[in-house]
Each structure stands twice: as C-alpha cells, then as structure tokens.
Design a protein. Structure first.
Ligand code: NAP
Ligand code: MG
Length: 403
C-alpha cells in the first residue's frame, strides 16, 4: 500500500523522559510505515529548551498558530530538583502554560474507554470531556492574613479617577481575606472555545457555576456564555443536533453521577482543577486520558494528559524493561492527524486515525495490555506486555484492519 500523503505539516513538539522514548517508538512502529509524515519539528525536551533560553517553546506556539494543528509530547516543568538535575540556566515556566497563554486556549480532557476497564461510576457509558477555564480566580488571588479587629474593603480606582468601594467584612477579631478577579476577554475566549469544540465534536455542552451565591462574579460567567450562545451559536447547535445546558454546579455534580456521558462539561478554573482529577480517576487511569488545547481562533494542540513518567524512565536508563502505557500518546497523534485530514480534505488520513485508534483499543480488548491496565481490568487471562511489545501488538492489529 502507498503511504498516505499529507499536504500541510503538523507541528510536532517533542518532550522528555519516558514519553520521549515512547514518542520515537510510536513514530517508528505506527506512523512512519503508513504515513508520509510531514511535520515541523520542535524539540521541547528540557536540554534544548535550556539551550535556547526557552525560545523553542515560544516558536512552537507561533508555528501552531500558523499551521493550526500541533501534537505534543509530555514535558518536564522544572522545579528546584530539575534545575539541579539538568544544570539549567533558570527555572523555566511550564511549556503547557506558555503554549496555552500564547494560544489563549482552553484544555479539554477526554478519557479513552475500552471494554474490560469499567468506570467506577457504573452509569458512565460514554466519555465525559472536561473543559477547564485556565485563567484567574483563586489561582491569581491576592490574599491577606487579617491580624485583628478592623475593616476590609474592595476598592476600585478607575483610570479616570472614579472610585467604587465595597465592604468585605468588619472584623471583630483576626481572620483571613482573599480578592480574586477574572477578565471579560478571558471568559469570552473560554466560552468561544467551548462552543467551537462542542460543534467540532458534535457533543452537548454543560456549563455550571455557583451563580445563586455569587450574584455578580459567577453570574457574569453565566451571562457571557448565554449571550454568546444566543448571538452566535443557537442556530449552529440546532443544526448540529446538540444542546447547550446551564445549571448550578451542585446540580451538575448530582446529574453527572447519573448521566451516561458523551458530553462536554465546562468548569471554572477551580471546579475544573478538582473535577478533572475526579472524573479521570473515576474513568480508570491517567494513562488513558487525552487532552486537547483549543484556541478561540480554532487552533488545536493534542497531547496525553499524563506527565513524562519519570520513574519508568530511570528504570529504562538502567536497562530495565518498562511497561509504560503509550495509549494516550498514540491518541494525541491520531487526534492531530484526523484534524489535519479534516482541514486539508484528506479522507485517508482521517481513516488512518480511526483505524489506529480501533487497533489500539482492539489490542487491549483482546487481552494484550501494559501493566497499569492489567492491574485494573476485569478481564481474565490478560497478557502483560512491555511498551515495545504492546506497540508491536497494536501494529499487528492495525495491519489486520488495513488488509
Ligand atoms: P506522571 O508522569 O504522570 O506519572 C505519575 C505516575 O503515574 C507514574 O509514576 C506512573 O505510576 C503513572 N503513570 C502516568 N502515566 C503513565 C503511563 N503512560 N503508563 C503507565 N503509568 C503511568 O507524573 P509525575 O511523575 O508527577 O511527573 C513527571 C514529570 O512530568 C514532571 O517533571 C512534570 O513536570 C511533568 N508533567 C508534564 C505534563 C505535561 O507535559 N502535560 C503533565 C504532568 C506532569 P507508577 O510509577 O506507579 O507506575
Ligand atoms: Mg489538580
């Protein structure tokens, strides 16, 4: 069979540690034999980020804006220990944070479901995609320890000298206080990314806040979503046969537990932080969670939700074999190839992405899997494979499908 041709390059962002090793194996085993892979390569591995003073991360984000689709390997976010380990010039910011800021994007996390690895919540039959707003609120709050009796106020001083005041509390004794903010521009980008992603994946969109208690702050989020929906998306949603649904966060949580899944749940920053960890662990495994950053301009960056799997990498360096799960990284590639295929009108590329996903799931459902899945599956008689043998098994399944 001829290799599938591509017309526009994918932005390829390489990464660190065990996932960098998997990245190379996935390309060799599952992509290069089938696709005449066209990528613009950026090495976001920590040594090269350091060599370029992190310029490479910014360049990769710019390239993503230019071409519209990127695929990213997990990367190290340096902390003090990493600065020492890699002898870094400085403690660089998280590459994901840099790329997200450059694209003004929202992250959508979606679990990969396979038979034999059942969600803890028995009603969940389809994936729940979680969208987390990634700006402001408690993550950018100003906080104070109130030492004793006194008054705390919110004061706004307008650029024109005007003033607004609001008493937070008249303290009779010591306490704590917090001031947080958000921006119309950021909430609008978040809403737009959510509506666009719902349309592009044909899934219902849920949004929930605590607007009954937070009558200005959370209520404003609700209004921004509703106004944008009414003005720009109502008809498009009707045409696509999907709905937008707003409810109180308490109600959303209760409904989620009884829902079937198959929709997008948009959350404010804190709710999204907490709920995404709950939803992903209830679905089974971090190694089966994909992630896509979607910008309001319609730019997509696909990746696995997990990190660089450092502990496995150290074992790999010692020459030991590892059973690291490559599934979420494979799905980052299929997501990106399918989107590239859609944008460029290359049906074979979309079909290949479908086949590779089917082969990956089929291999696991046939009882061949990595150790992390073997530990949680309900299946009997499973074969635990190391990463390379698992990839070889997927390739065999894929060849069977493509024949
Ligand atoms: P991690 O890489 O996600 O791994 C945590 C643990 O989860 C692993 O030790 C492993 O457990 C299990 N695990 C995760 N992915 C797995 C997979 N594909 N297959 C099998 N097991 C898997 O998180 P971390 O160790 O906290 O972070 C390591 C580095 O990743 C850090 O430097 C962090 O900055 C970076 N990170 C990057 C991203 C990103 O680029 N998006 C996200 C998160 C973290 P066992 O060891 O018990 O097998
Ligand atoms: Mg968290």
């Amino acid at each position: 069979m001829d290799k599938i041709r591509m017309t526009t390059p994918l932005v390829e962002m390489d990464g660190d540690e065990m996932t960098r090793i998997l990245w190379k194996w996935i390309k060799e085993q599952l992509l290069l034999p089938y696709v005449d892979l066209k990528t613009e390569y950026y090495d976001l591995g920590l040594p090269y980020r350091d060599e370029t003073d992190d310029r490479v991360t910014f360049e990769s984000a710019e390239a993503t804006k230019k071409y519209g689709v990127a695929v990213k390997c997990a990367t190290i976010t340096p902390n003090a220990a990493r600065v020492e380990e890699y002898q870094l010039k400085k403690m660089y910011k998280s590459p994901n944070g840099t790329i997200r800021a450059a694209l003004d994007g929202t992250v959508f996390r979606k679990p990969i479901l396979v038979d034999g690895i059942e969600p803890v919540v028995t009603s969940w039959k389809k994936p729940i995609t979680l969208a987390r707003h990634a700006y402001g609120d408690v993550y950018k709050a100003a906080e104070m320890r109130v030492p004793g009796p006194g008054k705390v106020e919110l004061v706004y001083t307008g650029a024109d000298g005007s003033e607004m005041r609001e008493t937070v509390h008249e303290f009779a004794g010591a306490g704590v206080v917090q001031g947080m903010h958000n921006l119309d521009s950021s909430i609008e980008s978040f809403a737009k990314s959510c509506f666009e992603y719902a349309l592009s994946t044909k899934q219902d969109l849920w949004f929930a806040t605590k607007d009954t208690i937070s009558k200005k702050y959370d209520h404003h989020f609700k209004d921004v979503f509703q106004e944008m929906y009414d003005a720009e998306y109502k008809e498009k949603f009707a045409e696509a046969g999907i709905t937008y649904f707003y409810t109180l966060i308490d109600d959303a949580v209760a409904r989620i537990m009884k829902a079937e899944g198959g929709f997008i749940w948009a959350c404010k920053n804190y709710d999204g932080d907490v709920m995404s960890d709950m939803v992903s662990s209830a679905f089974g495994s971090l190694a089966m969670m994909t992630s896509v950053l979607v910008s309001p301009a319609g730019v997509y960056e696909y990746e696995a939700a997990h990190g660089t799997v450092q502990r496995h990498y150290y074992r790999y360096l010692k020459g030991e074999e590892t059973s690291t799960n490559p599934v979420a990284t494979i799905f980052a590639w299929t997501g990106a190839l399918r989107k590239r295929g859609e944008l460029d009108g290359i049906a074979e590329l979309c079909e290949f992405a479908d086949q590779l996903e089917k082969a990956t799931i089929g291999t696991i459902e046939a009882g061949k899997m990595t150790k992390d899945l073997a530990l949680i599956t309900k299946k009997k008689d499973v074969t635990v494979l190391n990463s390379e043998d698992f990839l070889a098994a997927v390739r065999e399944t894929l060849d069977g499908i493509r024949r």
